[in-house]
Design a protein around this ligand. Sequence first.
Ligand code: ADP
Ligand code: MG
Length: 299
Amino acid sequence: MNTVNTEPGEATPAAAGAPAAISVTGLFKSYGSIKALDSASLEVPEGTVYGLVGPNGSGKSTLIKAICGILRPDAGSVSVLGMDAVRERFAIRRRLGYMPQTSSLYEDLSPVENLRFFDGAHAEPGARERIRQTLELVQLWNRRNDPLHTFSGGMRQRASLACALLHDPRLLVLDEPTAGVDPTLRQDFWQHFHDLCRRGRTIFLSTNQMDEAMRCHRVAVIMGGGILVAEAPQTIRDRGTTTVTLELADGRRTFELSDYPVELPRLLTRFGLRPDVRRISVRQQSLEDVILDMIAGEE
Ligand code: ADP
Ligand code: MG
């Protein structure tokens, strides 16, 4: 089994200047007085796992629907794999796998029946084998003939993911794919996302789980329908407060750094190689704390 690099700050595999799989520019969408999207812009490089993080009601699902061409924005543009998300939505759909937040599968049908129904190419040779492989991947092959209404929440998520994966799309757009999924299976999902990414696929997903955000190459934080920041998760984390404690011969001194990568070397230089430094301890804020602070700053 391949190991997944879950270390923060994992390098973005796509080379600088690689074409964007998704490009969102100045997107607006209102429902009456509610601004679901308020000038949202972002670029998702091809071959990355890209996370969209934000509180409930911040516009994640609205943005995702606009990317999938299901929702027409009031203003702004969305380009997906070089095509216009509204005008060329049917061409895009063949290359895109979408997993909605609320399952669109049929409760009375089994996973096999649902996949056959949603599989545009079900008449092609190999369709049966593709369904088997996909259901094995999400560990539902042994329940393939049971109706969905007999499934747990996590099993439904897996059936829904299978539907998005079935035609091996170049781009996967997943709205909270791991909600209600147990930790072991979550691990498998993430392993699979990174495997797909290594095979050149792009994964754009929303999540509320900060450990998942740390596993993305890049994270966009959305709040009130606008993107607050879009960077590598470790870069976002570095913007938070880092507490450095030096234990000196004559006591302990604590420093709060706001730009850790720049300020830590400066601090250490200030103390040079003084022989009285016994120990240095560094505590960086978690990604969750940094993002919560950013969100609170906007409120
Ligand atoms: P998230 O996925 O981040 O929880 P959504 O994109 O679903 O957020 O919603 C963003 C905002 O738009 C929320 O205030 C939500 O109530 C509102 N909204 C979303 N869809 C509709 C709709 N069909 N009708 C009215 N309001 C909506
Ligand atoms: Mg949502």
